[in-house]
Structure formats: structure tokens, C-alpha cells
Design a protein around this ligand. Structure first.
Ligand code: FAD
Ligand code: NAD
Length: 465
């Protein structure tokens, strides 16, 4: 097979890698991308998209179920609904498949050459790929490592049998009667909530005192309350010790030091993700690390000249939109443009029920930096749109500097607040002050009005509370 020489080689076609390759192609850079599974990476195939599809299906099923149980206040009654999870999964696979083809089409349109197979480094500028038709050698002036992350295993709970990762949870053939989730973070709570709505009896085992420990307790309180309403048992300060001899239950050490067995048809382990860096020659390059991740500078350069790294392989926050933004920036740099990472915030959304969204600094983070603050918080109980959608739990909170009212952070918890991430990100990126948000006309009736009201509240003159 004839060797390929190119200007840019991207390893991994997840959101980081494929965006980098598309933008590089658009800029006229001769680009090759190597992917060993399917274009779209974790996010599109076994992460963001399939999980959000199942969460949507679970919401729809729960609504129908409540109507059938006579618990619908809107006057809708239904016969008891049935769930065919295999069909749900097949619909989810259809959504994934369409997006998958879309990514391949976009890469081709940008003139990017796609090579299927596992890349293995020969040296910092040369990789070998085992393809279906033989070994393909690719030489490049610049290499971007975008190999992403994989689920972390607990030594006492290796994956296999009833012990599953998020990947298997997204493609189960039937709803497990009893699901134990180890780890009350993003994945555990998003999927745990969805399976509770599908009908599983769910227990969440979290090692720390709070769920979603990266967020403050006020923000996660409505989520914890809803977990209780859905019948989810939450064990905090509990450690998973392993499975019982019969393998049909998880043994945990609870907060009081006692051992408890939790019978389970599936044990979903979601205790974080690790970078994909081993077994493909990257160790030989001896790139500098930041903890277990690759160390990068403000242009995503690694410690080796001409080798960049983007996305989950570079550490927290492991979010698809961060990987994409890094990928776009690196493509610009490779094309000769002057760019560096100057983002003010990376919004984050947790698709629990209710949803949580954050952008910028929390009150505690802002105080830790020595800022005097003005904080405004507006509850969804006072928002008309939330009432019309039966989603009154939650609030929007705006954190601003007391001296010049510059907005430092915005947080919200509530139904559908994920869609406010765009407004929050834009406000912080553009250096908005409280007066800018308060002075912007927000359409009525929308949940976004709570954003304006939170800014007004911080200024001391909220209108609707
Ligand atoms: P990845 O998406 O992991 O892609 C890396 C790609 O590299 C893979 O396709 C892999 O096959 C390929 N690869 C690896 N090694 C090689 C090699 N040697 N040769 C060739 N190819 C290779 N983030 C959000 O922002 N929002 C969400 O709602 C969200 N939900 C999630 C839900 C779940 C269940 C999971 C698991 C993750 C979720 N994430 C979410 C996180 C998100 O998926 C990641 O942050 C994102 O996919 C990282 O992108 P990436 O390009 O760095 O890596
Ligand atoms: P996470 O870091 O969000 O949560 C892991 C949780 O497991 C933490 O609460 C931690 O305290 C707990 N934990 C760790 N070890 C434990 C143990 N031995 N026993 C019990 N609990 C333990 O990790 P995740 O949920 O696996 O998700 C991985 C990453 O994927 C996230 O960091 C996030 O960046 C990304 N993700 C994002 C989204 C989103 O943006 N909506 C959704 C899913 C995943």
C-alpha cells in the first residue's frame, strides 16, 4: 500500500478530531483523519447523543405512565403504556446512524481523507494503521491526538457479566428490574434517572456526601428531591466493595461503616473516565503529562514540536463542546492563523430531571478569587412559562462583581434549562454587566425571563417577585 504524506494527521474522529479535520479541510490544509471505530467518537456513538435520546424516551414514557395512573393534572387519561426497549434502542441507533453519516459527509465535503483503523505511532510524525486492506503508513508535518476517553473501571468491580459501563447501558435489550448505579455524577444520574422512569428500581451509590459534587448543594437540591420522588434510593458516603459470591448483588460499605448487599440485575459503574493513551505507541513519545492526562499549553501544543492534543485526552472538563472548540482552534493554528485559548467559560449541562446548567464562576469560586459579589436568584415558581409547563422546580442565579457589575457566573436548575446555556455563555463571553441582561428584552412567556429577573434582583429591583 502506498504511503500517505500530508500536512495534518488527526488521530480520532470524536467531536474534537472531526471538527479539527473539517475546519482544517475548509482552510485548505491537506488533512487525513484516522478512526478505529465510527466517526463521531464517544459523544455521537456511545455518549451524549444516545444518552439524550434515551432520556427523552424515558420522559415520554413517564408522562404516559402518570396519565394512565390518573396522576395527570392536564385532564389527559391513557391506557397503561408499554415499553419495548429494543424498539427504543433501535430508534436511538437510527438517530446515531443519521448523525454518523452526517459527520462522514461533512469530512468528505471538506476534502478530508478518512482512514479506517487503529493508528499506532512509529515516531512523532509517522503512524501505521491496520486497515482492512493492509498496513497504511501515514507521515504528517503536524499530528493532532484526539483519542478521547474510556470508562474507568473499579478494581473491585471489573466490567463483565452484570457489571456494565455506560456503553452497555445505552444498548440494553430489556429494562433491568433492579439497577444499582455506582457513582452519582453526570452519567450515573442522567442514566439512573432515565432507567427509573423506564421502571427500574434504582439505587445510586455515591462515595462523597453529595451527588454531582462539582456543583454547589443549592443547585443540586432540586435534582436530589426529584430522585426521591422517582423512588431512587440514594446512598451517599458509601463505598462499593465488590459483588457477592453469587454475583447477584453489590456489597457496599455505608456511611456508618456497615456492610450492605444491594441485589442487582445490572450494576452500572460510572465513576469517571480515563484518557485513551495506552497500547498504541504513544507511550514511546514520552509526552509530558498533567496527572493522567496529556499536558497542553494555551494552543493545545504537547511537549513535542508539531504534536497537538485536544479533547478528553487533555483532561477536565471532559465535554464535547470543549473538544470541538479546541479542535477548531488547532485547525486555525495549523493553517497559519494566530489563535490561542481565550475562552471566558465552558458552559456545562447535566441532563438530569430537572436539568442543571452552569457557565463561569459559582458564588464560592468567585469569592475564593477575592471578589465582592452581587448575587441575584429568581425562582421558577414565579415564572409563568414554567408554570404552564408544570416545571416550577429550580431557579436562575446570576453572580456579578459588586463594584462594576460584570457578570462572572450564571447557574440554573430547572426543566429544559439546558437551552439557556447559549444565552449564559454569550453573556459571559461578551463581558455583559447586570444592566446589559436586565436591559435586554426577553420574550414572554419564556423560561429565559428568569435570567433577566435574576439580573434585576441582583440590582435590587426584580419586577415579578
Ligand atoms: P472521543 O469522543 O472519545 O473520540 C475519540 C475517538 O478516537 C474515538 O472515536 C476512538 O475510537 C478514536 N480512537 C482512539 N484511539 C485511536 C487510535 N489509536 N486510532 C484511531 N482512532 C482512535 N459531553 C457533553 O458535552 N455533553 C453530554 O451530554 C455528554 N454526555 C455524555 C454521556 C455519556 C454516556 C458519555 C460516556 C460521555 C458524555 N459526554 C458528554 C462526554 C463526551 O462524550 C466527551 O467529552 C467527548 O466525546 C470527547 O470528545 P473527544 O473528541 O475528545 O473524544
Ligand atoms: P463524574 O466525574 O461526573 O462522576 C463520577 C462520580 O462517581 C463522582 O460523583 C464521584 O464522587 C463518584 N465516585 C468515584 N469513585 C467512586 C466509588 N468508588 N464509589 C462510589 N462513587 C464513586 O463521572 P461520570 O459520570 O463517569 O462521567 C464522566 C465524564 O463524562 C464527566 O466528567 C463529564 O465530563 C462527561 N459527561 C458529561 C455529560 C454532560 O455534559 N451532560 C454527561 C455525561 C458525561
Amino acid at each position: 500500500m502506498k504511503d500517505i504524506s500530508c500536512k495534518l494527521l488527526v488521530i480520532g474522529a470524536g467531536p474534537g478530531g472531526y471538527v479539527c479535520a473539517i475546519r482544517a479541510g475548509q482552510l485548505g490544509v491537506d488533512t487525513v483523519i484516522v478512526e478505529m471505530t465510527k466517526a463521531g467518537g464517544t459523544c455521537l456513538n456511545i455518549g451524549c447523543i444516545p444518552s439524550k435520546a434515551l432520556i427523552h424516551a424515558a420522559d415520554e414514557f413517564e408522562k404516559a405512565l402518570l396519565a394512565a395512573e390518573g396522576k395527570n393534572a392536564l385532564g389527559i387519561t391513557l391506557e397503561a403504556p408499554k415499553l419495548d426497549l429494543a424498539k427504543t434502542v433501535s430508534w436511538k441507533n437510527g438517530v446515531v446512524g443519521r448523525l454518523n453519516n452526517g459527520v462522514v459527509g461533512l469530512l468528505k465535503k471538506a476534502g478530508v481523507k478518512i482512514v479506517h483503523g487503529r493508528a499506532e505511532f512509529r515516531d512523532g510524525k509517522t503512524v501505521e494503521v491496520e486497515t482492512e486492506t493492509g498496513t497504511q503508513v501515514i507521515r504528517a508535518e503536524t499530528v493532532v491526538i484526539a483519542t478521547g476517553s474510556a470508562p474507568m473501571e473499579l478494581p473491585a468491580l471489573p466490567f463483565g457479566g452484570r457489571v456494565i459501563s455506560s456503553t452497555e447501558a445505552l444498548s440494553l435489550a430489556k429494562v433491568p428490574e433492579r439497577l444499582v448505579v455506582v457513582g452519582g455524577g453526570y452519567i450515573g444520574l442522567e442514566l439512573g434517572t432515565a432507567f427509573a422512569k423506564f421502571g427500574s428500581r434504582v439505587t445510586v451509590v455515591e462515595a462523597l456526601p453529595h451527588i454531582l459534587p462539582q456543583y454547589d448543594a443549592e443547585l443540586t437540591r432540586p435534582v436530589a428531591k426529584r430522585l426521591g420522588e422517582l423512588g431512587i434510593t440514594l446512598l451517599t458516603q458509601a463505598k462499593a466493595k465488590g459483588v457477592t459470591a453469587k454475583g447477584d448483588a453489590l456489597v457496599v460499605e455505608t456511611a456508618d461503616g456497615m456492610e450492605q448487599s444491594l441485589p442487582a440485575d445490572k450494576i452500572l459503574v460510572t465513576v469517571g473516565r480515563k484518557p485513551v493513551m495506552e497500547g498504541w505507541g504513544m507511550e514511546e513519545l514520552d509526552l509530558d503529562r498533567a496527572g493522567k492526562f496529556l499536558r497542553i499549553d494555551s494552543q493545545c501544543r504537547t511537549s513535542m514540536r508539531g504534536v497537538y492534543a485536544i479533547g478528553d485526552v487533555t483532561g477536565e472538563p471532559m465535554l464535547a463542546h470543549r473538544a470541538m472548540a479546541q479542535g477548531e482552534m488547532v485547525a486555525e493554528i495549523v493553517a497559519g492563523n494566530r489563535r490561542s485559548w481565550d475562552k471566558r467559560c465552558i458552559p456545562a449541562v447535566c441532563f438530569t430531571d430537572p436539568e442543571v446548567v452552569t457557565a463561569g464562576l459559582s458564588p464560592d469560586e468567585a469569592r475564593a478569587l477575592g471578589h465582592e459579589l452581587k448575587i441575584g436568584q429568581f425562582p421558577y415558581t414565579a415564572n409563568a412559562r414554567a408554570m404552564t409547563m408544570q416545571g416550577e422546580a429550580g431557579f436562575v442565579r446570576v453572580v456579578a462583581r459588586a463594584d462594576n457589575h460584570l457578570v462572572l457566573g450564571i447557574q440554573a436548575v430547572g426543566q429544559h434549562v439546558s437551552e439557556l446555556a447559549a444565552a449564559f455563555g454569550l453573556a459571559i463571553e461578551m463581558g455583559a454587566r447586570l444592566e446589559d441582561i436586565a436591559g435586554t428584552i426577553h420574550a414572554h412567556p419564556t423560561q429565559g425571563e428568569a435570567f433577566q429577573e435574576a439580573a434585576l434582583k441582583a440590582l435590587g429591583h426584580a419586577l415579578h417577585i
